[in-house]
Design a protein around this ligand. Structure first.
Ligand SMILES: [Zn+2]
Length: 485
């Protein structure tokens, strides 16, 4: 879709018949045409990778088969692969080429717990018994990004283009962990650009920043005793959790409405007749930017301390992870939008649309099928919707740009069984192929266009000058590994 978007265009309207103005026109080069052909040749493989990852559907930090599967494919394509980076067995880096520019492509592959569903338009647990599901479409994300990296490498090789392509296998996006710890460990050092995409129920270039976040737990330590015989000898850790939560709920009135605070109590004692000696509460605090998150986080730490004092318990706060909001880069957004407009939205056939409509009806939304349009790139950054991504960390280490491509029906609820079902259909991979093409084309622009590189870097430097990157987690902190049993 083309848009009339510049003020110069509007001014001209008074004196001329205005030609349609686009933010940036598609620039065609033999290398870009070649990379399109490379992705076309990979289309079946991208679909196969998507369905293999969908079959695995492994959750955060346990994506053993998924990571190994993708790493092996890249290795057989001539990439040098380093596995188990940043103390995470399922994080890897696959690298091909030499010197700058260094193109970074992000791949995700983790599933969400207990929302697995067969690829049918009705609630139906997976026949293979896997409880987990691709409700965020990371099977497509992984396949599309790996497809892009291979296509870029093949074109660079065929056309003798200097530079390096690095595919980052980033686990545990759903727990907002993978890229935070990889950034903290220096895994992204030296990259000149990062490109990524995300499955969606629409298609466009990301132009909103998401929410910054701190994810932390507070443990309280009291003293056990018989709840009826000698409760005065006990000190309840659960009382401390309740007091902390009450404090947080009173705090809500006095923070800006952009803040989001949510908690669960994973551990609140064992039995009513035992004063709980141990209790744990788990919090997320989010806001539109990191400084606001840090202010709320500090306040919540004071509330935790106060709760411990009031209940004569002790406490320990553990910051599990945290992220910034995304740093957008206009020159790269415009380049990507021009490529997306050229490639077009993924095309879904009548069967696909019938499936999508059935699924939309099943979840009680309007049966509109798949979206056919591409969202225009608005001049202004769009208001942030709820949610956080660890991609934000990488956008603060080098200029970055993100795409979203339709892989499920319009307005379908995300992180749901319905999205898991959609992402298991072979044709969902059409979205992954479109993504691979647009990422690869944008990489080619960056490799070939010195002016684009300079403009992207200048904007990045200017924005980062005001807020140099500080990792949300302490240097060298290791990720909490999930318990397996
Ligand atoms: Zn996701």
């Amino acid at each position: 879709m083309k848009t009339v978007s510049t003020s110069a265009g509007l001014a001209l309207a008074f004196i001329l018949v205005v030609p349609q103005v686009v933010a940036a026109d598609f620039v065609s080069t033999p290398e870009k045409q070649d990379v399109i052909e490379q992705v076309d040749a990979l289309e079946q493989q991208i679909a196969d990778m998507s369905s293999e990852l969908w079959d695995y559907s492994e959750i955060a930090l346990l994506e053993t088969q998924s990571a190994e599967f993708l790493a092996n494919i890249l290795e057989s394509e001539g990439f040098a692969v380093e596995r188990g980076v940043a103390d995470m067995p399922t994080a890897f880096v696959a690298e091909w080429g030499t010197g700058h520019p260094v193109i970074g492509i992000l791949a995700e592959y983790d599933a969400l717990p207990n929302i697995g569903n067969d690829p049918v338009p009705a609630l139906q647990p997976r026949a293979d018994g896997n409880p987990h599901g691709q409700g965020c479409g990371h099977n497509l994300f992984g396949a599309g990004s790996v497809g892009a990296a291979i296509a870029i490498k093949r074109t660079m090789d065929a056309k003798g283009i200097k530079g390096t392509v690095k595919l980052f296998g980033t686990p545990a996006e759903e727990t907002v962990v993978g890229k935070v710890y990889m950034a903290n460990a220096g895994v992204f050092d030296g990259i000149d650009i990062t490109l990524d995409w995300h499955p969606s129920s629409e298609t466009g270039v990301i132009n909103a920043t998401g929410q910054a976040l701190n994810n932390f737990q507070v443990e309280f330590f009291g003293k056990a005793s018989h709840s009826a015989y000698d409760p005065w000898n006990g000190r309840s850790a659960l009382d401390a959790v309740e007091m902390m939560n009450h404090g947080a709920n009173l705090m809500r009135e006095h923070i800006e409405p952009t803040a989001r605070i949510h908690y669960v109590i994973p551990d609140g004692g064992e039995a009513p007749n035992v004063v709980p000696a141990y209790a744990k509460v788990w919090y997320y605090v989010r806001d539109v930017d990191r400084s606001k998150v840090l202010a709320s986080y500090e306040w919540l730490n004071q509330i935790a301390e106060a709760a411990a004092l009031a209940t004569q318990t002790t406490h320990k706060v553990t910051l599990i992870t945290g992220v910034h909001e995304l740093l957008l880069n206009r020159p790269l957004q415009e380049a990507m939008q021009a490529n997306l407009d050229y490639v077009g939205a993924p095309e879904f056939d009548d069967d696909d649309n019938a499936f999508a409509r059935e699924l939309q009806t099943a979840v009680g939304i309007e049966p509109l099928g798949y979206p056919a349009e591409i969202d225009p790139l608005e001049d202004d950054v769009q208001p942030t919707e709820g949610g956080s991504t660890d991609v934000a960390e990488v956008t603060r280490l080098a200029p970055g740009v993100s795409l979203y491509v339709a892989t499920a029906g319009l307005n379908l609820p995300w992180h749901s069984w319905a999205a898991s079902a959609s992402h298991g259909r072979p044709n969902a991979a059409r979205g992954a192929s479109v993504a691979a093409k647009v990422l690869a084309l944008t990489a080619m622009d960056f490799l070939q266009d010195e002016d684009l590189r300079q403009r992207a870097k200048a904007e990045f430097d200017e924005k980062m000058k005001a807020q140099p990157y500080v990792s949300p987690i302490p240097k060298g902190q290791k990720p909490l590994m999930p318990e397996t049993d």
